[in-house]
Design a protein around this ligand. Structure first.
Ligand code: UDP
Length: 310
């Protein structure tokens, strides 16, 4: 049994990770400032004697003796992380330094949730881990992109200089139950609009692409990475590239096809294409996504249906 700290554990991916770790018999300490996460996401684990939730913001120092740390604390939806850009920057810099302090004090392994946003609006397709990215350092997404990049730099520096045990997951677009209905991300927006019979709002012409990974696949990748000896960054995401227009059509079809499609202007610096090369994860972690987009969308639609209609 490991003692595991999951920061951001009440969030979308974090809550699924807590469930998985509890089901494997570990002791799980969840720290979350509940800015975008919620206790409701933790309904399946809150009553476990091996689970503890503390309302805590990782930009404040706090100590705990653990064996492993998954640092998932940070708003991840563009709408959310741009609401308080300075706090977003602090979370993935000062917050990460606080996590490194704990990791070094107790010899714990720290897995940092990095992001496909480190590639910015990429000029290389698909994106491989050795691509340095194409990021606007002063654009509206910079508070997230640049602090996540610096987080990687901090981990690697602590590993080289002090032997810290670190893992870096570059997480691509992920979806599934426990996304919040109003966080502004494309999958949740489209599903909620379609279930309400409202127009599906596509930003730009909808030809921009993303690659959507179901949350259970993502959690499996994170757990495998934590247990591996892979120290450099690893892409975790679904390699099937889908245009936003195609996503809208599939969501509409799976929910009964009542919505019309309308267009709004594309946000500034919205990446045109995003698609992970997951060769490294396949070879070194034996990992690849198993859930198809239709299967994953159906499960996510059932989750939101209860929320919208219940
Ligand atoms: N998008 C959209 N309608 C929405 C929300 C997002 O067309 O209601 C588009 C957005 O412009 C982007 C893609 O969907 O091209 C994915 O956006 P999201 O906010 O989910 O995450 P991102 O991958 O941009 O970080």
């Amino acid at each position: 049994m490991d003692r595991v700290l999951v920061t951001g554990g009440a969030g979308f991916i974090g809550s699924h990770l807590c469930e998985r770790l509890i089901s494997e018999g570990h002791r799980v300490y969840c720290w979350d400032n509940l800015s975008t996460g919620s206790e409701r996401n933790l309904a399946a684990v809150l009553s476990s004697p091996r689970f503890e939730l503390v309302r805590h913001d990782i930009i404040e120092p706090r100590d705990i003796a653990v064996d492993r740390i998954y640092n998932l604390a940070c708003p991840a939806s563009p709408d959310q992380y741009q609401k308080d850009p300075i706090h977003t920057l602090m979370t993935s810099t000062v917050g990460v330094m606080n996590m490194l302090d704990i990791a070094e004090r107790y010899g714990a392994t720290l897995l940092q949730a990095s992001t496909s946003e480190v590639y910015g609006d990429p000029l290389m397709h698909p994106q491989r881990e050795d691509y340095w990215g194409h990021v606007n350092p002063i654009g509206p997404r910079a508070c997230y992109d640049e602090s996540k990049r610096l987080a990687e730099t901090l981990l690697v520096a602590h590993e080289r200089q002090r032997g810290a045990k670190v893992r870096i997951a570059r997480i691509f677009n992920t979806y599934g139950p426990h996304m919040s209905a109003d966080d502004g991300r494309v999958v949740s927006n489209f599903i909620v609009q379609a279930l309400r019979g409202e127009d599906i709002v596509i930003y730009g012409d909808g030809q921009q692409t993303r690659s959507f990974c179901y949350v259970n696949d993502m959690v499996d990748g994170l757990v495998r990475l934590m247990r591996s000896d892979l120290r450099g960054p690893v892409n975790l995401g679904n390699p099937v590239e889908t245009s936003i227009m195609e996503l809208a059509q599939r969501v509409n079809a799976l929910t009964g096809g009542r919505s019309a499609m309308v267009h709004r202007p594309l946000p500034i610096d919205d990446p045109c294409r995003r698609n992970p090369d997951i060769t490294l994860a396949r070879q070194r972690l034996g990992w690849e996504p198993k859930v198809s987009l239709d299967e994953g969308l159906e499960a996510t639609i059932s989750y939101f249906r209860e929320m919208v209609e219940g």
